[in-house]
Design a protein around this ligand. Structure first.
Ligand code: TYD
Ligand code: MG
Length: 473
């Protein structure tokens, strides 16, 4: 017999308490506890929160544990498999987050078709005919997926789980966790208590039956997945789809992955027939025409183990009256402010009376420190209205004193730049701990300070074109 109890669930962190209190003991939020009726779930359902796989009764010596490879189902999308670590693990729960309209439903319908098994696609956001329309657009209706994907327009988790236990598909997709409701619980769909409990029940389904579950999660304005943080702790992997809604490129990356690294990114393009894998992601974020222009600098960044060439763009224009504008998109605005200050004090590039705009081409968002130097050079290039040679790449971190620091994986970045036809690189001077890098076909300028870097980039008479790195070190 199910028994009703009452819990007080914090709407900020999702922790539950037996008694009401003015302040949540877990996250210190005030007035965030809301009474929630909980009916104990039927006996037999196991507590969740563990990784996939059988839970053993006894502890086993490390050396005695049999070696088993985690089985994986390829999704049919190589770029996504790369992010997941080789495919979807049976019995695992994956949360896919992203802004509205970014392509979550599209991606998951493609996965449902690509996995090559029975799939239950539960949607609380769209009607079954809407899902059919999308499937038609993706060209999935006539193939085998027309029969292997079962669509259930339903938001009640109880009924979704019931259906899954009945039909035992390989994969259950729930689009989305914010529209899912647990009947026994008070509170509207999307409230912290609902989202948390719905996730826990789907975890039980996944672990108990060995069914893989993919949850769609909406993202709030600040970019985090809406709902309690605990949801992200519960699931096995959190995958984010990023990009600009009105641009075509999409980056898929894992924020958490119990079955693989969180280093890999996948690059897709939203096309008329859904998300397409990009053949050569390294150059995907470079603008089409690669003419030299003031304020444009190409940087070889590293996303996990994958080198990408991105275009940093800066525009510097005389400010009107008032505080000059500082706008950054895809770049940390604090980093931009700091570089403006360092350029002014350490390199004689005074931007105090100028409006400054900076962004990355292609809607990419990058946090790595190696972007400092290309950004600083782009600012200087725009101010002086002098372009960089189009075949040059720049990478390096800038310190407060105007000194430069080498970035990790320089070798791999520069090799990729050379492969894509770049002929020259401006990088921080190698220190004792960081030996020189030599890449065939690439002239490498090593500079010690921001001032030197600006000179090497913008002063054609002062370049070291063709010199070998050993002579500069
Ligand atoms: P969708 O998957 O519905 O986004 P989400 O579930 O994250 O809200 O995709 C939204 C956008 O993608 C929509 O504006 C239309 C576009 N789109 C394409 O460009 N090509 C396609 O083949 C499909 C299915 C969608
Ligand atoms: Mg959707």
């Amino acid at each position: 017999m199910a028994r009703s109890t009452s819990r007080f669930v914090c709407q900020t962190c999702g922790d539950a308490f037996l008694r009401w209190e003015g302040q949540c003991r877990s996250c210190d939020a005030w007035n965030s506890l809301v009474e929630t009726v909980v009916r104990a779930s039927p006996a037999g359902s196991r507590s969740s929160g563990r990784a996939a796989g059988p839970v053993s009764d006894r502890a086993v010596a490390l050396a005695d544990i049999g070696e088993t490879d985690v089985p994986r189902w390829p999704t049919g999308l190589g770029e996504l498999d790369r992010v997941l670590g080789g495919g979807i693990v049976p019995g695992s729960v994956v949360l896919v987050g992203g802004e509205p309209g970014i392509g979550k439903s599209t991606l998951l319908l493609q996965v449902a078709a690509g996995i090559g098994g029975e799939v239950l696609y539960a949607t609380g956001e769209e009607s079954a005919p809407q899902v059919r329309m999308r499937a038609a657009r993706l060209g999935l209706l006539d193939g085998p997926s027309g029969a292997s994907i079962a669509v259930l327009a339903e938001h009640d988790i109880g009924r979704i789980v019931e259906q899954a236990r009945l039909t035992r598909p390989a994969l259950v997709v729930v689009d989305s966790i914010q529209t899912a409701t647990v009947d026994e619980l008070d509170g509207a769909a999307g409230s912290v208590g609902q989202v948390r409990e719905a996730t826990v029940r789907l975890m039980d389904l996944a672990k108990g039956e060995g069914i893989a579950v993919i949850l769609v999660g909406h993202v709030t304005k600040d970019g985090s997945i809406a709902g309690p943080k605990t949801m992200e702790h519960l699931v096995d992997a959190v995958v984010a789809i990023e990009g600009e809604r009105y641009a075509a490129l999409r980056i898929v990356r894992a924020a958490k992955n119990r079955f693989g690294s969180t280093d890999e990114v996948g690059v897709f393009e939203m096309a008329a027939q859904g998300l397409m894998e990009i053949a050569d992601p390294a150059r995907a974020f470079l603008a089409e025409q690669a003419d030299a222009a003031p304020g444009r600098v190409v940087a070889p960044i590293l996303e996990g183990s994958r080198p990408l060439l991105v275009e940093v763009q800066a525009l510097v224009a005389p400010a009107g009256y008032g505080t000059p504008a500082r706008r950054a998109s895809g770049i940390d605005p604090n980093r931009l402010s700091l570089l403006i200050a360092v350029l002014g004090r350490r390199a004689g590039i005074a931007l105090g009376t100028f409006d400054v705009y900076a962004n990355l081409a292609g809607g990419l968002s990058v946090g790595e420190p190696g972007l400092d130097l290309p950004l600083a050079i782009a600012l200087a290039s725009s101010l002086r209205d002098r372009p960089l040679a189009a075949d040059t790449v720049v990478i390096g971190e800038v310190g407060l004193l105007g000194e430069l620091r080498v970035v990790a994986g320089l070798d791999r970045r520069l090799k990729e730049a050379a492969r894509l036809g770049f002929g020259r690189a401006i990088v921080p001077r190698a220190s004792r701990g960081n030996p020189h890098t030599e890449v065939s076909g690439l002239a490498i300028d090593q500079v010690a300070t921001l001032r030197e870097a600006v000179a090497a980039a913008l002063d054609p008479t002062d370049t070291h074109r063709g010199t070998v790195p050993a002579m500069l070190g």
